[in-house]
Design a protein around this ligand. Structure first.
Ligand SMILES: [Zn+2]
Length: 86
């Protein structure tokens, strides 16, 4: 079954990913963001970053620290997709 979530926008999602990576997304929005990830199968499949990204986000909640490698991996995944989609 296709999910139709009026508030979810896959392009917007990408922008938020960068905000989260930069630590610029407020904590309340970050919680919504995590829910958004789990809701949109398209984004999960598309970005292939579910596990990495969740680890990153949850680690930030916890320790406010993340590995630069993880951040780089996620940014690379997104850049690849952006390139594919023009
Ligand atoms: Zn999406």
């Amino acid at each position: 079954m296709e999910q139709h979530l009026p508030k979810h926008n896959c392009k917007d999602f990408t922008k938020k990913v960068f905000l989260v990576l930069d630590g610029e997304l407020p904590e309340t929005e970050r919680k919504l963001f995590i829910e958004d990830i789990t809701r949109c199968k398209g984004c999960l499949d598309h970005y292939h970053i579910e596990k990495h990204f969740k680890d990153f986000v949850y680690n930030r909640f916890d320790r406010k620290a993340c590995s630069d490698q993880l951040k780089a991996d996620i940014v690379n995944e997104i850049k690849k997709i952006d390139a594919e989609e023009g």
